[in-house]
Design a protein around this ligand. Structure first.
Ligand code: NAD
Length: 469
């Protein structure tokens, strides 16, 4: 053993991110030997708030730089079970993961509290305190995106997090977890547990977990909220399903509307919470729009391929059970709406589902009212703005909506009338890292992304200071 390390005077620095660094706070304290009160060393640093922030900021920044090299192979690993084409990985990496970590690294020293003056004799300070042990329960369709969108704000605000990926797609989450310690986070700050719903239920009902951030289906979300209430009233954020409408008016740029609505239902083979699965087209442009929409959905079948091939854009459904579920719903849909294209499994090996389009469904058709979570859309035509807003809002979902028009006034009017957590104007089925994301009605409870994610991983504490004492 190097005898140097036994010299107490050596320890004048903090140990952060795998190295000894000068504390930003210049205060120190001394240690005395209890047998005779002699000084052992005088300069043990006292880490101040700025050091604590620096530790979190630096770990997150280091994590982002580790992701530069290590994320792509892990996304590829994840795609082995998820079937998500690796061709999507560069975009997912850029938009959702690396930028997300950098974004929340920047927040570590900016999530400020509040102050109220002593007009009643008490100064009021408000601190935003971390909740403690938080858990994330994630869906199969966005394993690493959800991982970081929850872990980055949770860690940035001083929590620790247990992540349970979907039993269908656990590999990437297990692989990426090791990077956190490599980035300098203390062991245990991020933990990954795998297993099915029963494992998730253990987290939801746990007495020492203080927060569940859940992304998944509506029925599971309800169970989680119930388990949270029945255990320790842990805080719950629910990011749930959708049946997102895209409304295309007669003056819309048709090429733009086609590009967005097609991408919106084909990305990840329709396994996207914000997929525009209801498309409303104004009657005056319906023939033209539908002809081209159907043509492109049909042609997309040629894009099916091996999701591990970087040139392939369209992959399979996540597994056989999901494929069978979608096939069943489509079979039922054939008697409830006019099938325009698709409607069957593509090929015999693998879990590929043909892009499928239905027209003018019966008002209560399952295919029209419920989330299918596959490459399946329903088109309905309309006459007036009032009629289409009513149709679009006639649902228990309220995650995303899109309005396509060149008329700015109408865009503003309709975007405020559409009952959804996010509305795109001349775009649909997308999220922005900086802006709140979440659902209205049964599509969710609470908002994640941006500054809003910091609020859900902290709780305000008010400190009242008696100025007369
Ligand atoms: P799911 O609800 O079946 O499962 C999600 C997670 O919950 C899995 O990890 C699962 O193991 C776990 N789980 C299941 N039962 C549980 C229980 N009783 N207690 C605790 N955990 C339990 O959802 P899925 O099929 O993996 O994902 C698809 C759904 O997720 C779709 O409805 C989709 O719209 C939704 N989703 C929403 C968003 C969003 O941000 N709003 C994003 C992606 C996916």
């Amino acid at each position: 053993m190097n005898s140097n390390i036994l010299d107490p005077k050596l320890y004048t620095k903090l140990y952060l991110n795998g190295q000894y660094v000068e504390a930003q706070n210049k205060e120190t304290y001394s240690l005395k030997n209890p047998k005779n009160n002699t000084i052992v060393t005088e300069n043990v640093p006292i880490a101040g708030p700025e050091d604590i922030e620096a530790a979190r900021t630096e770990c997150l920044l280091k994590l982002a730089s580790l992701l530069d090299e290590e994320l792509m192979p892990i996304l590829t690993l994840d795609s082995l079970a998820s079937g998500i084409p690796v061709s999507l990985a560069p975009v997912r990496e850029k938009t959702y993961i690396r930028n997300c970590v950098l974004y929340y690294a920047g927040w570590t020293d900016k999530h400020k509290g509040d102050y109220f003056p002593d007009d009643d004799g008490f100064v009021k300070l408000v601190r935003h305190e971390p909740l403690g042990v938080c858990a994330a329960i994630n869906p199969f369709n966005s394993p690493l995106g959800c991982f970081f969108l929850k872990a980055a704000p949770a860690l940035a605000t001083g929590n620790v997090m247990i992540i349970k990926p979907s039993e269908k797609t656990p590999l990437g989450s297990l692989a990426i977890a090791a990077l956190f310690e490599k980035a300098g986070f203390p062991p245990g700050v991020i933990q990954v547990v795998t297993g099915p719903g029963s494992t998730g239920a253990l987290l939801a009902g746990h007495m020492r977990i203080r927060k569940i951030s859940f992304t998944g289906s509506v029925p599971t979300g309800k169970k989680i909220q119930q388990a949270a209430a029945q255990s320790n009233l842990k805080r719950v954020t629910l990011e749930l399903g959708g049946k997102s409408p895209a409304v295309i008016f007669e003056d819309a740029n048709l090429e733009n509307a086609l590009t967005w609505t097609i991408n919106a239902i084909l990305t990840r083979s329709g396994q996207l919470c914000v997929a525009a699965s209801r498309v409303y087209v104004h009657k005056s442009i319906a023939d033209k729009f539908i002809e081209e929409y159907v043509k492109r959905m049909k042609a997309a079948t040629n894009e099916f391929g091996d999701p591990q091939d970087p040139a392939v854009k369209l992959g399979p459904m996540v597994d056989k059970s999901q494929l069978e579920l979608v096939k069943q719903r489509v079979e039922q849909g054939k008697s409830e709406a006019e099938l325009l294209v698709g409607g069957a499994q593509h090929g015999e090996t693998g879990c590929y589902m043909e892009p499928t389009v239905f027209l003018n469904p019966k008002p209560d058709a399952d295919i029209y009212r419920n989330e299918v979570f596959g490459p399946v859309s329903v088109i309905k035509t309309f006459d007036t703005e009032e009629e289409v807003v009513k149709l679009a809002n006639d649902t228990e979902f309220g995650l995303m909506a899109g309005v396509f028009t060149k008329d700015v006034t109408r865009a503003i009017r309709v975007s405020s009338a559409l009952d959804a957590g996010v509305v795109g104007v001349n775009c649909v089925s997308l999220q922005s890292l900086q802006a709140p994301f979440g659902g209205k009605k049964q599509s969710g409870v609470g908002r994640e992304f941006g500054e809003y994610a910091l609020r859900i991983f902290t709780e305000p504490k008010t400190v009242l200071i008696n100025m007369a004492a």
